[in-house]
Structures are given as structure tokens and as C-alpha cells.
Write a protein that binds this ligand. Structure first.
Ligand code: ADP
Ligand code: ZN
Ligand code: ZN
Length: 658
């Protein structure tokens, strides 16, 4: 017999829950207690009131005893539950990156979860490629065997460009699905998905695509589709695809894992590689990091953690012919009699490629392509007499600066060679490259891709034209350097291989090496004869040299030695602190104050700075920065406790100190 002593209480038995709202309440507080008369699972998505605002929140735990203080009721139960593994990964992210859980939830959950949606058309990218069914070659077979023999955790797939990594990903995903588990395939950006998606669509029926160009409704639908799916699925997308609420994950692949886009630049500034590692650990899943040019730190980490490293050193297609590679010294003006930045060799090669009805790609690293100063009359160019690199114009100080040795000189008002006053300050931008190519090759069909968001989408739409060879000359930046597999491409030109090297950043040389290896890897994938022409002001620079040779081993040894000598990752952890003030004096004073405090209070740190940030003046504000190093990541987290609540931004594990 049931004895009800207090009918009031019986009717309204209350449960209490810790809820993580997706709204920042106050620093250091990730959850609040709420009540409900129903039983809710951990991970349940609910609506709660904070002040007078309704917000989405997630149940993180059930509270056993009734709290002593007044708690508000949960307003609405959305009847959606995040998988426990994902919820734990989100909590880890907040802690690891010292960021509010609310900010992680804002990133992870789709917007407008409470909205009723009408059915929308699925966004499926279509691209058709000619294909023959491939039989795995020796390298691919060995790679797959090693992947199969690794029950879970990270596997580094280091395969040269054209070694056939996609085929390995597909087989590994098939394995996961056969075992009843889902697979997530991360790609660096949407511009590449059409190709990879086409390859995957050939093998899998209903792939879920996520990308930043989707509308709120499309994202919401894709997210629900994942959450409510009973079958294992394949999800393809950028880093945010890691937040897909899959109930059971067997495989995560990060293709081109060296790409900087796998680190989110806004808070929470997470690395998709680290987050994927935690998520795969939660699911006991495999994580494949694939690249021809893995970041030196990631390779080092895999090696020293005794993780499997699978090498694929051969081209997938046995009939593939390596390209011829020509290096053009930009300091020798005799190489440039027809044009100031297209060498005679490059012009000749594009001309013959056009005549044969084939495709050329002209690559330029826009990062670091600062304006140069030249004479329009005679072609004289301001350069450093010691370093033989063009001087960079700093218009605000009215100076020309060598970014290698620091030498500076006043901006000339007339040409020192011919006396002409027609002095121009020009950067080699992709727009300029395009218009000059149009002038030189008026009949050619030319298309430009610069990798900012709109054009990335354009690349997606125009991929078919690129693939079919309807575009004669492709001009572009980073976005065209990676992943593309174009059957009509015969010539690759690199306008200035050293363009990124003058940036004062610990990864500049690594990035230059990677871009060069990757763009050269766009050719030499088939039986056709192909050609690469690399122009550089620093033809003997090791990064240029190793990039051209696609010599990862030499690059890796050299980079690790340098990083060790200069104490940079993987030999230390990094924290970048930037303060932003209206006046320079305030920025300097506050940066000095914090530096002094950190030096005296936090043990085990090495502090660099304060120095002006590379982008010192941004929209009428002044930025100064401190860089902290420590062998213990915890010391950096401790340092963050001293950070003032306003005027300061921070980034843990930054890939760039600019
Ligand atoms: P990666 O991603 O390693 O640069 P891809 O996966 O794009 O290389 O493969 C390069 C090319 O080789 C593609 O055209 C692909 O169709 C082809 N390919 C892959 N595997 C094989 C194979 N086993 N036999 C023949 N061709 C293959
Ligand atoms: Zn002149
Ligand atoms: Zn110099």
C-alpha cells in the first residue's frame, strides 16, 4: 500500500538539475540549478530562464538533494538529447581552452533549435567525375591493414600528394559502417568538398553534408537528421562537423590535417585535431590525420606518443609521370624581360599549354605579399642590398623596410636609376595577376579564386568547369593549393615562392614549405607530361628548396632543430595575449603592467614582450602583445587567471603569433 503523507508533494515531486546555459552568466560559472517535475537524461536540451531571457541549455547532471536556495523551473524540454560522448567532449573543450562552456555550446549547437521548420531541400553538392574502380595498390593496402590493426586512437597517414589517400579514407569509413558505426570526414574548407563528396557519394548512399554556407534551417535539419538517425551515417564537413550529435562514432578522418583552418580563430579557439582526439577517445574510435605535409608538431607528437604513422611514398597511379620543375631567380632581371613579375619561362610555358588546349594554374601566396616600390619608367625596384629581397612599403612611417634584416630607408621621390618621378607602390595581388594575364593572353578563359568566403563558394560551383578543362588559367591563393585533382592541368606557376617568408612568425617557413609542396602536388598525378615553374627572390632558402623537392624528411629534421633551439612547439606550450586600447600609451602601459605581474607571480613561464602586435593598428585601436611559453600547459592556464576581464584577448596553442 502506498502511503502518501503529503499529497501536495506527491503531486508535484520535483527533480533538480544542473543546466549549462548557452549564455554566459558570469565568469567561472558554467552551470545553474533548475527544477523539473520530469525525469531528464544528462545531455537533454531544455529551455531555461536567465533573468528574463529564455535560453537553450543542456542538462549536465541530476542534483540529488533539493537545493537550500530558490530555483526556477525548467521552461521547456525539447526532447532532444546530446550523446554523452559529445557532451563530455564539449566540457573538455571548455576546460582545455579555458573558455566558458556557454561559448562552446553556442558553437556546437545549431541556432534556432526551438523553431518549427518546414521541410527544406537537402543541400547536396553535385559534381561528376570520370572514374574507374580502383584496386588498392601496395601502399594503400598496407595503410588499410595498419588502420584495421589499430583498435582506436590517432593514426597519422602521411601520404605524398597523389598517393591515393581518399581511397583509404573510403575503405576505413566502409569498415566503420559495416561495424554499425558512423564516420566523420573533416575537410579544410567547403571549396574542397565537391571533389571529396563526389568520391564518397560514389560509395555511400545518404551522406550528410555540413558547411558554413548552409542556412540556419538547413543546419538545423542536418543536425536533427544526425540526431534522429537509427543507422550509422557518413558526415562530411569543416571542423564544426565534429559537433554532429552521432550516437556512435567509429572513425574520424581529418583530411589535409596541416591546414590552419582546423584551428578556429574566434573563441573558443579550439584545434579540431585536439577536439577530434578527445571525441575519438570518448567513442573508442579511430582518428586518421591525413596529409602530405603534416605540421612538424603533429608529426613529432605522433612519433613520441608511439602512435602508428603510415607512410605512402608512391603515386597511386603507376603511370604517373613526375613534373619537370624549373626554379627562376627573381633577383636576376634578365629572367624577366617581358614582364615585371611573370618570368620569360613562365610566359612561354603558359603559351604552349594554351596552344595545346590544356590548363595552367598560377599560384600566389597572398599572406605576406606587401606592396613593393618600383619605377614605372625603367622597371627599377627598391630592394635590400644585403638580402636581395624587395623592400616593403610602410606608408604610415614613410619608410621602406627590409623584412629580413630590418634595414630601412626613406621612400624615394624619384628613380635612382633613371631619375623618373613615376614611382609606383604595388603589391602583387591576385587581382593584378589576373588582369596582367588577361592582357598577356586575351583569348584565354581565366578564373580567379582568392579563398575569401565568397570565392570559396564560387570554387565549389565552378569545380565542374575546372574539372572539365573549360577554364584555361586558374589564378588563386591558398584555396587552390590543396586537394584539387584536375585532369586537364599541365602547368603550375608560383609567382613568388618566398612571399610568406618575411613574416615574423614561427610557422612562416613551415607554411611556405607546405604551400609549395601542395601546389606542386597538383600536377604529376597522371601519365601526362607536366611542368612547374617556381619564381623566388630567395631560391636557396631551405623552405623553398625542400618545398620544391617535396622533401618532408629534410623539412622535418630542420624544423625540429630550429624549434628546439628557439624553444617553440612542440618543445613548449604557447599562450598569446593581446591587449587592445584606444591609445598606444595605454596599450604599452597595461601590457607592461601585466607582464610584470606575470613574471613575479607565475612560475615556469618564459615571457616574451611586450611588443607591438604585427597588426599593431586595427581600426583606430592599438594592439600590444605578450607571448608566454611553458613546458607545462597548466602554467599558462594559471597565467590566464591574472588576465583583466576587459581589453585583453588570449589564444592557447596559437599557430601564428601575428
Ligand atoms: P591524395 O589525396 O593522396 O593526394 P588522391 O586520393 O586524390 O590522392 O588520388 C590521386 C589520384 O590517384 C586520383 O586520381 C585517384 O583516382 C587515383 N587513384 C587512387 N588510388 C588508385 C589506385 N589504387 N589505382 C589507380 N589510381 C588510383
Ligand atoms: Zn627608373
Ligand atoms: Zn635586408
Amino acid at each position: 500500500m502506498l502511503i502518501v503523507t503529503d499529497p501536495e508533494q506527491y503531486n508535484s515531486y520535483m527533480y533538480y538539475y544542473e543546466i549549462a546555459p548557452s549564455l554566459i552568466v558570469r565568469a567561472g560559472q558554467n552551470t545553474l540549478t533548475y527544477s523539473s517535475d520530469s525525469v531528464l537524461d544528462t545531455g537533454a536540451i531544455v529551455e531555461v530562464e536567465i533573468g528574463s531571457r529564455l535560453t537553450i541549455g543542456v542538462v549536465t547532471e541530476r542534483v540529488k538533494a533539493k537545493p537550500a536556495y530558490e530555483v526556477k523551473p525548467i521552461k521547456n524540454n525539447l526532447a532532444l538529447t546530446l550523446p554523452a560522448q559529445l557532451l563530455r567532449t564539449l566540457a573538455w573543450t571548455a576546460e582545455y581552452y579555458h573558455t566558458p562552456l556557454a561559448s562552446v555550446l553556442q558553437t556546437a549547437l545549431p541556432r534556432g533549435l526551438t523553431k518549427q521548420r518546414r521541410a527544406t531541400k537537402k543541400s547536396v553538392l553535385q559534381a561528376t567525375r570520370n572514374r574507374t574502380k580502383n584496386v588498392l595498390n601496395t601502399d594503400q593496402t598496407a595503410a588499410l591493414e595498419k588502420i584495421r590493426a589499430t583498435p582506436s586512437g590517432t593514426i597519422l597517414l602521411h601520404g605524398i600528394t597523389g598517393s591515393g589517400k581518399t581511397e583509404v579514407y573510403i575503405r576505413a569509413a566502409q569498415d566503420a559502417l559495416a561495424a554499425g558505426q558512423s564516420a566523420i570526414i573533416l575537410v579544410p574548407e567547403i571549396a574542397l568538398t565537391s571533389q571529396l563528396v563526389a568520391d564518397f557519394q560514389h560509395h555511400f548512399a545518404d551522406i550528410i553534408l555540413t558547411h558554413s554556407k548552409q542556412t540556419e534551417a538547413q543546419r538545423h535539419h542536418a543536425w536533427l537528421d544526425v540526431l534522429q538517425s537509427d543507422n550509422p551515417r557518413v558526415v562530411i564537413g569543416p571542423r564544426s562537423a565534429l559537433f554532429s550529435p552521432l550516437s556512435s562514432i567509429g572513425l574520424i578522418v581529418i583530411d589535409e590535417c596541416h591546414e590552419p583552418s582546423f584551428k578556429q580563430e574566434q573563441a573558443p579557439r579550439y584545434s579540431a585535431l585536439r577536439l577530434a582526439s578527445t571525441l575519438s577517445h570518448e567513442h573508442r574510435a579511430k582518428l586518421i590525420l591525413g596529409s602530405a605535409t603534416p605540421n612538424a608538431s603533429d608529426y613529432y607528437l605522433a612519433k613520441h606518443a608511439n602512435r602508428p604513422i603510415v607512410e605512402m611514398f608512391n603515386l597511386a597511379r603507376t603511370d604517373a609521370v613526375k613534373p619537370t620543375i624549373q626554379l627562376i631567380d627573381m633577383t636576376k632581371r634578365t629572367n624577366f624581360t617581358k614582364h615585371r613579375f611573370f618570368s620569360d619561362a613562365l610566359i612561354a610555358r603558359i603559351t604552349s599549354t594554351l596552344a595545346a588546349g590544356d590548363q595552367s594554374l598560377v599560384f600566389h601566396n597572398r599572406r605576406g605579399s606587401a606592396p613593393i616600390t618600383l619605377c614605372e619608367e625603367c622597371g627599377w625596384q627598391a630592394g635590400c642590398g644585403r638580402c636581395f629581397v624587395p623592400l616593403t612599403l610602410h606608408a604610415d612611417q614613410h619608410k621602406l623596410v627590409c623584412h629580413i634584416c630590418g634595414m630601412s630607408s626613406p621612400v624615394p621621390t624619384s628613380c635612382p636609376e633613371c631619375g623618373s618621378v613615376d614611382i609606383l607602390h604595388k603589391g602583387i595581388g591576385t587581382k593584378l595577376i589576373e588582369s596582367e594575364l588577361m592582357r598577356l593572353f586575351p583569348k584565354a578563359r581565366i578564373a580567379r579564386f582568392d579563398g575569401d568566403t565568397d570565392t570559396a563558394d564560387a570554387l565549389d560551383q565552378r569545380y565542374q568547369e575546372l574539372y572539365d578543362g573549360e577554364i584555361d588559367i586558374i589564378v588563386g591563393t591558398q584555396v587552390i593549393a590543396k586537394g584539387l585533382d584536375l585532369p586537364h592541368l599541365r602547368t603550375v606557376g608560383v609567382v613568388q615562392a618566398d612571399a610568406g617568408l618575411s613574416l615574423p612568425d614561427y610557422t612562416s617557413s613551415e607554411r611556405t614549405f607546405q604551400l609549395l609542396s601542395q601546389v606542386i602536388g597538383r600536377v604529376g598525378r597522371s601519365s601526362h607530361e607536366t611542368h612547374v615553374i617556381v619564381q623566388s627572390y630567395q631560391p636557396t632558402h631551405p623552405a623553398v628548396h625542400d618545398g620544391i623537392a617535396q622533401d618532408y624528411a629534410t623539412f622535418y629534421e630542420r624544423t625540429l632543430k630550429l624549434r628546439k633551439a628557439s624553444n617553440f612547439p612542440p618543445f613548449t606550450h604557447l599562450l598569446k595575449l593581446v591587449c587592445i586600447y584606444k591609445t598606444e600609451a595605454a596599450a604599452v602601459r597595461n601590457a607592461q603592467k601585466l607582464a610584470a605581474q606575470l613574471r613575479s607571480s607565475v612560475p615556469d613561464i618564459e615571457l616574451l614582450g611586450p611588443t607591438p602586435a604585427f597588426y599593431e593598428r586595427v581600426r583606430d585601436t592599438y594592439r600590444w602583445q605578450l607571448v608566454l611559453k611553458s613546458p607545462h600547459r597548466q602554467a599558462l592556464l594559471d597565467a590566464l587567471e591574472y588576465l583583466p576581464l576587459s581589453h585583453w584577448q588570449y589564444e592557447l596553442d596559437p599557430l601564428s603569433l601575428l
